[in-house]
Each structure stands twice: as C-alpha cells, then as structure tokens.
Design a protein around this ligand. Structure first.
Ligand code: FAD
Ligand code: NAP
Length: 260
C-alpha cells in the first residue's frame, strides 16, 4: 500500500542495534526515531514489517512499548520471540541497517498522568511487560510524584530478567526504588523467595512482606502490565481491597495494560 493515506500514517525507519539477552528468546531492538514522534513514558508504538522478505511495504503491525526515555534520540523496544508468532520471529531476524516502519502517533494510557501524588507506586509486570516501566524509572517526575516505587518483575527463570543491571543501578543510586524480581519456575536458591507467580505471592502476603509495605488505596497506586491472566487475576484481588481504575476524568488508584 503506497497511497498517501498510508504514507501519512507511518514512516520508514532503520534498525540501529540489536541486543540479545541471556535468554535468546529476548532481544532489545534500537530503531531510528521518527521526526516529531513525541511520547510519554509508558506509551507504546505500532511497528510494522513486510509479510515476506523482498516486499517493500509493511503489512504486519504489532504494539511495542517504548523502553527508551522520550529524551533519547533512538527508540528502543524489548521483544520476546513467540514460537510460531507471525511478527516477533521476523523482528528477531532483523539486523542493523534493515528497514522497519513506525506509525506516526504513539498510543496508550499506562502513564504517570493516570495517578495523583501518593506515598508508594507499585509497578507490576510479567515478562516483557517490564518495558512500559523502564522509561518511567528514568524520568525525574516519578520521584516527585511518589516517595517509594516498588517494581515487581515476574519471569519464569532468572535468565529472563532483562535490564536487571540498569534497574539495580537506579536502585543503588536511589534508595526509593525497591526491586522485587520473582521467578515462577526456578529453584528457590535462585531467588529471594520460594518460586511462585505474582498472583500467589500477592495472595500469600509475600509481596507486601518483601516490599516492607502494605498495598492500601489510601496511599498506594498500582500499575499491572503484561500477561492478561496475571492482569485480570491481580485486578480482581486489588478491587476487593478498594483499588479502582479512574473514570470520567477522575484519577484512579489502578491502571492496567494487557499485552495480548
Ligand atoms: C499495548 C501493547 C504493548 C505491547 N508491548 C510489547 C512489548 O513491549 N514487547 C513485546 O514483546 N510484546 C509486546 N506486545 C505484544 C506484541 O504486540 C506482540 O503480540 C508480540 O510481539 C507477539 O507477536 P506475534 O505476531 O509473534 O504473536 P501474536 O500472534 O501477536 O501472539 C501469539 C501469542 O503469543 C503470546 N504473546 C504475545 N505477546 C507476548 C509477550 N509480549 N509476552 C509473552 N507472550 C506473548 C500470547 O499467548 C499470544 O496469544 C504488546 C502488546 C500490546 C497490546
Ligand atoms: N521468556 C523467554 O525467555 C522465552 C524463552 C523461550 C520461548 N518463549 C516464548 O515466549 C512466550 C512466553 O513468554 P514469557 O514466558 O515471557 O511470558 P508469560 O508466558 O506471560 O510468562 C511470564 C510470567 O508470567 C507468569 N504467569 C503466567 N500466567 C499467569 C497467571 N495467570 N497469573 C500470574 N502469573 C502468570 C508465568 O508463570 P508460569 O511460569 O507459572 O506460567 C511467568 O512467570 C511463549 O510463546 C514462549 O514460547 C519465551
């Protein structure tokens, strides 16, 4: 599709870097940033690729959260390669210099603007859901809005902890960040707590004990991002405790984003 409507909607960009994490299914891709592409930490882009090698127009589109902070001059995305996925294996095969397409407008409402000032912000992610939180952690606004930030990252095994050293560096420089990685399928010796999913660690009190603080809608705000089953499970339990999404222009205490 080369008509002017399509050209108005997206631009062709170039891959400038690819990093493979300890798990080969996880990669970070750096892309040139389209002129005028402004976004808020937590928003996502729609990125496009041709359906087959040799085609020169994008036909497949998927949403990817920006890992990069809006002040950076490239866009960075974290991607898990889904076996038999239509898009992610194609993305994983790209090399620096290859073309990729980015829609001109950013999307999404999982941003710090969703919340008023509070004592503690909980950022809860499974897998690549971490992406949305990384630009927030690099943003000075978060530390003006919250006294403490608890980052919970649920993965199957320790080797899937992407951006661990970057997060530990932020936590080392700023005691206000509490980083809680949690493994669902690793031996206990690999982690600080028994292996579990985020939902069971919340239910049995392990998450709040590890963070040293209670989840209370009076002074806490919480974001959930990633696996829709984790998001719906956590949302149901948090609603019972009084957490609620914002409605009709009122700020809420809970904000979520499903990745599929
Ligand atoms: C708002 C939004 C933001 C997103 N941001 C990211 C991101 O930053 N990084 C990223 O890797 N993906 C992200 N995704 C998912 C992404 O858009 C694609 O779905 C994913 O890359 C797989 O594409 P696919 O065509 O290979 O497989 P699809 O056909 O799209 O998915 C097939 C199946 O793979 C599984 N799956 C899809 N995405 C994931 C995932 N991220 N983690 C684990 N299992 C998954 C699900 O079971 C899904 O049904 C986001 C999705 C949304 C809606
Ligand atoms: N991440 C990798 O390194 C890797 C490697 C090879 C292939 N893949 C492919 O990537 C896809 C999956 O990626 P992923 O493992 O990053 O994402 P995921 O399946 O969403 O798992 C991420 C974390 O979410 C947990 N989880 C799943 N369902 C949950 C629920 N209902 N409530 C609470 N927590 C829940 C998982 O626990 P459980 O472990 O208990 O399910 C795991 O700890 C698959 O297509 C897979 O083939 C990924």
């Amino acid at each position: 599709m080369t008509d002017s409507t399509a050209q108005d909607k997206y631009t062709q960009q170039t891959i400038v870097g690819v990093h493979t994490w300890q798990s080969p299914a996880l990669i970070s891709v750096q892309v040139t940033r389209p002129a005028g592409f402004d976004y808020l930490p937590g928003q996502f882009a729609r990125i496009g690729l041709p359906e087959a090698v040799g085609q020169s127009e994008p036909a497949l589109w998927r949403a990817y959260s920006m890992v990069s902070h809006p002040s950076e001059n490239i866009l960075e995305f974290l991607s898990v390669t889904v076996i038999d996925g239509a898009f992610s294996p194609k993305l994983a095969s790209l090399k620096p210099g290859d073309a990729i397409w980015v829609e001109k407008a950013p999307f999404g409402f999982l941003t710090l603007e969703r919340f008023s000032t509070a004592k503690t912000l909980w950022l809860v992610a499974t897998g690549t859901g971490l992406s949305a939180y990384l630009p927030m952690l690099k943003d000075s606004k978060i530390w003006q809005q919250f006294e403490k930030v608890v980052l919970v990252h649920g993965v199957r095994q320790a080797q899937e902890l992407t951006y661990k050293s970057d997060i530990e560096a932020i936590a080392g420089a700023n005691q206000a960040l509490i980083y809680l990685p949690i493994f669902s399928q690793a031996p206990w010796s690999d982690g600080l707590y028994p292996p579990s999913r985020i939902t069971s660690a919340y239910e049995n009190g392990q998450l709040e004990r590890a963070a040293g603080r209670q989840l209370d809608p009076e002074d806490s705000r919480i974001m959930l991002c990633g696996n829709p089953a984790m998001v719906s499970g956590m949302r149901a339990m948090l609603q019972e405790r009084g957490f609620a999404a914002g409605r009709r222009g009122n700020l809420g205490t809970l904000a979520v984003e499903n990745y599929w």
